[in-house]
Design a protein around this ligand. Structure first.
Ligand SMILES: Nc1nc2c(c(=O)[nH]1)N[C@H]1C(S)=C(S)[C@@H](COP(=O)(O)OP(=O)(O)OC[C@H]3O[C@@H](n4cnc5c(=O)[nH]c(N)nc54)[C@H](O)[C@@H]3O)O[C@H]1N2
Ligand SMILES: Nc1nc2c(c(=O)[nH]1)N[C@H]1C(S)=C(S)[C@@H](COP(=O)(O)OP(=O)(O)OC[C@H]3O[C@@H](n4cnc5c(=O)[nH]c(N)nc54)[C@H](O)[C@@H]3O)O[C@H]1N2
Ligand SMILES: [Mo]
Length: 769
């Protein structure tokens, strides 16, 4: 469907009436009755369900309404009245559906029946569960007999702790650690960086720290669109006098101003809470340089203070007692020239000195970050550089301070906690061996990028997807779509149709599952599941709605039955049927595997507000090799694959709009950025438009600059002048994924470097002439 681009600068705040209108629009679009607000009122509440959108922390006590605009959209998307029935699939071939947009595919509605793909007819056909499950078991057994490494078990970050635990056990009993998950494209840079720096793979901040924070350094996270509930903590902090300094190439509205849509007084007044006091439009990939500049200014301030017989600005006691590597950082920082720091960061020396001054005066500091730091060539080192800055003043391991990665999917952090990981050293394999009487595989499995490479090379025979839209989310979409159908078996467990379901292995199933908002009835009665939020707190989630179809099965049921069909009966193995009949028994097994973290799981998860897991770095216990918190010196200032030497090369930032959840496109209204009607846009600085002789509204193509000889090109992008640093361009994810080369990934974590992809511009005028 052709869509018309419409630009209309947004003058309002994040939240506010715009947010209410948007919620109402999506409710109507999904055919959800106004009565469904009952669902919203129990979202993220102790006896309610945990939002299917982001992973941000749930406060205790909760607000009257603990949902946000985008959480509401995610809820409506799941409880929609629309259905993707066997009738629908009888009418449309896969080839035809591959021409549909992501938005239109998801709009078909909830999947209702298990489906098997018929290659002769190029269509999905309904199949009985029993038949699907036994066929999948047969296929997996055949593949496993050849080599279990040829099967991959992917998870997108929504599946519950219970389903995830069962799934990783299934994969390991099948014979390999091929357990890539969406966090391989997301916060894997965090999971690699933080253990080296501070000995934990997760953030150290809890909600209560927001009550005492004096300064928030906010890097590369778009709170207004992607974790709007956090705006409440930010607003409260600002009203208490907290300073917020933001680093982001784009001026994101949620980081500028906010009106609480649940605060009637503020809604009726003209009051807005200003979120950021200072806003620095750092160059994409320029954060290491920016933080190094801030550190450089801090070293000067420290010296000046000591020369004047002051105490200095560093927390020398903390540094001496708790850290290692300070001298290395000092030498690195001293060696950097201001000119270079300015060029790489896109900020001025005065900017960086200003931040240093404020930082030096602030007692409690939190560093918050998202994809703007993790998705670069030096994503891991960028995260570590932010930790370095915090460590200089002892801002880790005390109230009101810490490092706060904002996780994406609602249970992506929890899945790692219960064993979804391709890295065997992160999982207590010996305990699993003892608990279930099998010899777990010890070899490292495939992460997401390695899975893609394996599929392209023909080394993967089976892909099982527990949620997600793998083909659409990964880099190098072109070759991925070409090679995908060569696999022997593809199984997609999903709630809604997406593009990944339209590329099928020789045997292919699409299995519909319950969403989290739906009531999950098993032999022992209604079941609850659990998840971990971004701050390491576990919560229960209770389904509230009748399932979209009687043929849906829960994720634990599907995983257990695939496992049984594949692995056959085993003495002393998992009690798959018992687990499905009562999820308490899965939680008991989890508690047995991780007694320190999950001891008393079934009791504690039923307490209001859930329970937190131990985060040793919060107590200044450092589980690192040195036994200390480590200053880790970066290898370069430029985090990007673009060397910066060629002026014709720009850094592409792939963006989420305010009207999508990852590859799920709710609509075409990116309200805060004022872009409506089309997602095929390219955001450009006016100086760059002039430099490349481009007009507003003109069509261009982007071509990736890569040195592997592969031509990657995206046509049909309309030029939108935008307040973005010179040399940076913005385009939407997932459309722009064709431009991201698989090999351009964070060196240490393999997270695709989707926030600074080197590209060049091809004007279509020239091209069509
Ligand atoms: N409504 C909604 N909520 C979501 C999602 C969604 O798609 N929609 N996705 C979920 C998931 S899985 C995730 S991981 C999170 C993602 O949430 P975020 O971490 O916010 O991810 P993005 O929106 O991709 O980009 C983050 C920001 O980084 C900035 N940025 C880009 N490059 C740089 C850089 O080099 N330096 C700095 N400092 N900033 C940069 C961009 O301008 C953007 O504002 O949100 C989760 N929540
Ligand atoms: N260029 C670029 N690429 C990126 C990113 C970027 O910023 N730029 N971001 C990356 C990030 S951070 C992430 S997390 C990945 C996202 O990658 P994925 O997690 O693989 O993708 P999603 O779009 O979140 O998956 C949406 C699908 O999940 C299914 N689903 C929804 N709810 C459920 C459920 O309850 N159960 C099951 N079984 N299925 C369900 C639906 O079928 C829906 O179509 O993309 C990555 N790719
Ligand atoms: Mo993510």
């Amino acid at each position: 469907m052709a869509r018309k681009l419409h630009l209309e600068p947004y003058e309002g705040p994040a939240g506010g009436w715009g947010s209410i209108k948007s919620v109402a629009r999506h409710m109507a679009k999904q055919g959800v009755m106004p009565g469904a607000t009952a669902e919203l009122m129990v979202q993220n509440k102790p006896d309610g369900f945990m939002c299917v959108s982001c992973a941000w922390a749930k406060p205790r006590p909760t607000h009257a309404a603990e949902f946000c605009e985008n959480g509401a959209k995610a809820t409506f998307a799941e409880i929609t009245k629309k259905r993707a029935t066997p009738d629908f699939f009888a009418k449309h071939t896969a080839s035809e559906l591959r021409e549909w947009s992501d938005h239109d595919l998801e709009e078909v509605g909830r999947l209702t029946h298990p489906m098997r793909f018929n290659h002769d007819l190029d269509r999905y056909e309904p199949v009985e569960w029993d038949e699907a499950i036994s066929d999948i078991g047969r296929e997996l057994r055949a593949i496993g007999a050849r080599d279990p490494r040829r099967a991959v078990f992917y998870t997108s970050g929504r599946a519950s702790l219970e389903a995830s635990y069962m799934y990783q056990l299934f994969a390991r009993m099948f014979g390999h650690n091929n357990l890539p998950d969406s966090s391989n494209m997301c916060h894997e840079s965090t999971s690699v960086a933080l253990p080296e720096s501070i000995g934990v793979p997760v953030g150290t901040v809890r909600l209560e720290d927001f009550d005492e924070v004096d300064l928030i350094l906010f890097f590369g996270q778009n709170v207004g669109s992607n974790s709007p509930r956090m705006l409440h903590q930010l607003k409260d902090a600002v009203e208490r006098g907290t300073t917020i300094i933001t680093f982001n190439p784009l001026r994101e509205r949620g980081l500028e101003r906010f009106v609480d849509p649940q605060n009637p007084a503020q809604m009726l007044s003209t009051d807005q809470t200003q979120i950021s006091n200072l806003y620095y439009q750092v160059r994409a990939g320029g954060d290491i340089a920016a933080i190094t500049g801030i550190c450089k200014a801090l070293f000067t301030l420290d010296r000046e203070s000591r020369d004047g017989a002051g105490w200095g600005v560093f927390d020398t006691e903390f540094i001496a007692e708790h850290t290692d590597g300070f001298a290395g950082l000092e030498a690195f920082v001293a060696a950097q020239e201001w000119g270079e720091l300015e060029r790489e960061s896109g900020l001025t020396r005065t900017d960086m000195e200003m931040v240093a001054k404020i930082y030096a005066k602030s007692r409690n500091v939190i560093g918050i970050y998202g994809m703007g730091l993790t998705q670069h060539k030096l994503g891991v080192e960028t995260v570590q550089m932010l930790v370095n800055l915090l460590l200089l003043r002892g801002n880790i391991g005390r109230p009101g301070a810490g490092i706060c990665p904002v996780r994406g999917h609602s249970n992506v952090q929890g899945q790692r906690t219960v064993g979804i990981s391709e890295k065997p050293e992160l999982v207590p394999l010996d305990r699993l061996a003892e608990q279930f009487d099998f010899e777990p595989p010890r070899e490292k499995g495939h992460d997401t990028v390695e899975t893609c490479e394996g599929i392209i090379k023909g080394e993967v025979d089976a892909f099982i997807g527990l949620g997600g839209n793998f083909l659409r989310a990964v880099p190098d979409r072109g070759p991925m779509e070409t090679h995908w159908p060569h696999m022997r078996l593809t199984v997609q467990i999903a709630t809604k149709l997406n593009r990944s379901h339209l590329f099928n292995g020789q045997t292919a199933y699409l299995l519909p599952c319950l969403g989290r908002i739906e009531i999950d009835r098993q032999a022992s009665g209604e079941q609850m599941v659990s998840m971990e939020d971004s701050t390491g707190v576990f919560h229960s989630s209770h389904g509230k709605r009748e399932p979209a179809s009687e043929h849906l099965r829960s994720e634990p049921w599907i995983v257990a039955n695939m496992a049984k069909a594949t692995l056959g009966p085993r003495n002393n193995g998992p009690d798959w049927d018992g687990w499905v009949s009562n999820y308490d028994l899965v939680r008991d097994a989890i508690a047995q595997t991780w007694p320190d973290m999950f001891g008393g799981f079934n009791t504690r998860i039923r307490e209001k507000g859930g329970f937190g897991k131990p985060i040793p770095a919060r107590e200044r216990k450092w589980n690192t090799e040195t036994g200390k918190a480590n200053f880790i010196t970066p290898s370069a200032l430029n985090a990007s694959f673009d060397t910066g030497e060629d002026d014709g090369v720009l850094r592409l930032v792939t963006l989420r709009s305010n009207d999508q959840f990852n590859t799920t496109v709710y609509g075409y209204r990116d309200r805060f950025r004022g872009i409506y009607g089309s997602r095929m846009v390219v955001l450009l600085n006016e100086a760059d438009m002039e430099r490349f002789d481009l007009d507003k509204g003109q069509e261009i193509a982007l071509v990736a600059k890569a040195d592997d000889g592969v031509h990657r090109r995206l046509d049909g992008l309309t030029v939108v002048p935008y307040d973005i640093p010179r040399g940076c361009v913005g385009a939407y994810y997932p459309e722009a994924n064709v431009l991201v080369p698989l090999y351009q990934r964070a060196e240490r974590s393999h997270v695709p470097a989707a926030k600074s992809v080197p590209v060049t511009i091809v004007p279509m005028r020239e091209n069509t002439a």
